[in-house]
Design a protein around this ligand. Structure first.
Ligand code: C2E
Ligand code: MG
Ligand code: MG
Ligand code: MG
Length: 277
């Protein structure tokens, strides 16, 4: 197509844009029907205590079991769901399903905290509180067993009243974690003012922790800061023993990553991590 000739080039971009619009519309429509025909599933990834080696919680991660395309990861569809508003009903489904699952584990003698990811679009919905409280009530799950993962971007727009919402959630007893910490721009003074429980160090800092001195310095600073603010700190994306050892030696509280397990279906998860002992 585009060979540097101006006219052809515009033609190329037009075609490309049309293709994208069509693709997007198709995706939007199939997301809508996926919700109706229950094609979404949750997988669960364990969060491990670094001192005791015990599992302390699980993060619920959505997948789309597409009838033709197979299992799709959230990077393929969450952004579009956010843009077209479908993230709200999808997020409600995630919340209800995760709460029911946590309650079922609890009834089997495994009181685990379940973490649910919230996108910005969900967070600013008027129905957010009701949706969360409904999910807890429906499952008969105590709020202490639900953790919400938010990103730094929610905190930056003070005008939108994000901090007030966080206070309400925290007062109910729900736990709050900042996901992908270090990739946004939240200032230290912000962190002091918001009622969070946990910082999740983004996996991009963990990846090269043992080879890149700058990443090591950053991780160390986050851990020290979290401690001084009385927050639990968890590292994401821990894949190797070297990363694990580094984090343990530097006082990180918890970790999550392929080193212990990838995200698993509820059945697989129970089989591997919740054996009666
Ligand atoms: P996240 O919340 O930061 O989740 C961590 C991601 O890292 C997950 O990808 C997880 O499978 C992956 N991961 C875990 N351990 C390792 C590791 O050791 N190495 C590597 N390379 N990756 C690891 P996943 O499941 O594809 O989810 C991607 C993102 O999609 C999540 O990032 C989250 O932002 C979003 N997401 C997932 N589920 C939901 C949901 O129910 N609602 C919303 N709004 N967003 C979701
Ligand atoms: Mg997360
Ligand atoms: Mg993350
Ligand atoms: Mg992420």
């Amino acid at each position: 197509h585009a060979k540097g000739n101006g006219t052809n080039r515009y033609q190329f971009f037009d075609d490309e844009m049309n293709r994208r619009v069509v693709e997007r519309t198709l995706l939007e429509n199939s997301l809508r029907s996926a919700l109706k025909s229950s094609e979404f599933v949750l997988e669960y990834q364990p969060q491990m205590d670094m001192r005791t080696g015990q599992i302390v919680g699980v993060e619920a991660l959505i997948r789309w079991a597409h009838p033709a395309l197979g299992l799709m990861l959230p990077s393929r569809f969450i952004a579009v769901a956010e843009e077209c508003g479908l993230i709200v009903p999808i997020g409600d489904w995630v919340m209800r399903t995760a709460c029911l699952q946590a309650k079922a584990w609890q009834d089997n003698g495994h009181p685990l905290v379940v973490s649910v990811n919230l996108s910005v679009a969900q967070f600013h919905q008027k129905s957010l509180l009701k949706s969360i409280v409904d999910a807890l009530q429906q499952a008969q799950l105590a709020p202490q067993f639900l953790e919400l993962e938010i990103t730094e971007s929610i905190l930056m727009d003070e005008a939108k009243g994000g901090i007030d919402t966080l206070r309400v959630l925290r007062n109910i007893g729900i736990r709050l974690a900042i996901d992908d910490f270090g990739t946004g721009f939240s200032s230290l003074s912000y962190l002091k003012r918001i009622p969070i429980n946990k910082l999740k160090i983004d996996q991009s800092f963990v990846r090269d922790i043992t080879v890149d001195p700058e990443d090591a310095v950053i991780i160390n600073a986050i851990i020290v800061m979290a401690k001084s603010l009385n927050l639990t700190v968890i590292a994401e994306g821990v894949e190797t023993q070297e990363q694990y050892r580094f984090l343990q030696a530097h006082g990180c509280d918890e970790y999550q990553g392929y080193y212990s397990s990838k995200a698993l279906t509820a059945d697989m998860f129970a089989r591997q991590f919740l054996q009666p002992s």
